[in-house]
Design a protein around this ligand. Sequence first.
Ligand code: ADP
Length: 398
Amino acid sequence: MNILVINAGSSSLKYQTYDMTDKPVVTAKGVCERIGMDGSVLTHKVGADKYVTETPMPDHTAAINAVFAALTSDKGGVLKSMADIDAVGHRVLHGADKFSESVIVTDEVEAVIEECIPLGPLHNPANLAGIRACKAIMPGVPQVAVFDTAFHQTMPDYAFTYALPYEYYEKYKLRRYGFHGSSHRYVSQRAAEILGRENDPDFKLITCHLGNGSSFAAIKGGKCIDTSMGLTPLEGIEMGTRSGSIDPAILEFIMSREKIDVSEMTNILNKKSGVLGVSGVSSDFRDLDEAADSGNLRARLALNIFDYEGRKLIAGYAAALGGVDAIVFTAGIGENSPQIREHMTDGLEFIGISVDPAKNNIRGKEADVSIDGGKVRVLVIPTDEELVLASDTKRLAQ
Ligand code: ADP
């Protein structure tokens, strides 16, 4: 069984093909960049081989056509024809409170994804374009939508309701939704497997997804009870270029003094803030580490803020859960930065969290990095959102 998974952004489209006949095997993957712009390019990878094709991609349909051409090409193709694809899984950013799990895309599902565009104005239109392009090119092949928000739908109302006039919730569905759902779900299931706590309703876990965007989740018995991103991915911890949570009054303060409008302010909060804004150096944590080590005080400050905010979130979620059995670090930073794992947990010994510096000196692989006999297991688990997409797609298509 061949499954194609697609993660469509506004100007990029990532894809991966799986042979799911036995256990999942990735057969090819790639990315289309600069969709809708000049100089669009497709990079297709099969094992260690890489094929780069410059081809016009004025829209997502053209990008999907280019992907299909790459997948069936004499050079680097892995399929005889697109009829060999049995089902397609699409990552969809926002499903609001309509979807608590993945679904087969029907006309009604498409309509709801469209309804959610105001909540995910950059991503949902791209996700829809990807779905529509696949439907047009491969009619009759099941399309599955996997929502970033779905895993967090189990949060109680007191965790997802903002203290604003209630009518805004009623009128606009303004509430916390949370994101990175497939990642939190994948690593929480792996953690339960590793620790032999599957189906244990008392297993208390905190997952820390630390990448360009970062979010935390408090998970009890496999169900999310709180998460740090909100209505949009802007809320929570300081990120690569996003501010995370700040005093809401700051917006008016800056806008009136700098004479900027709402869209420019939103752009500043999303693209010019976070560790990039504080350090003035980079949004990439490798650059920050290097700058901080060579004495750049603002790079050090940006890292200190990240560690401090993360530490408060972990301790806060331990309180929300009424204790904690394990924490998981995942995504680019969580998987690859021993320093962040050590500094973020520094001072959390009082709730039983202690990292062993020797065990923690690993990158990009599963490991238990807590001290021997530590009360709370500290795990590193590389995330695999694509596998979640492929597995859900296989299950629903069958
Ligand atoms: P995305 O949210 O785009 O999927 P990733 O999960 O790939 O992001 O994470 C990207 C981040 O991971 C970047 O900030 C990058 O600096 C960071 N990262 C990758 N490798 C390392 C490393 N060895 N040390 C510190 N940070 C790292």
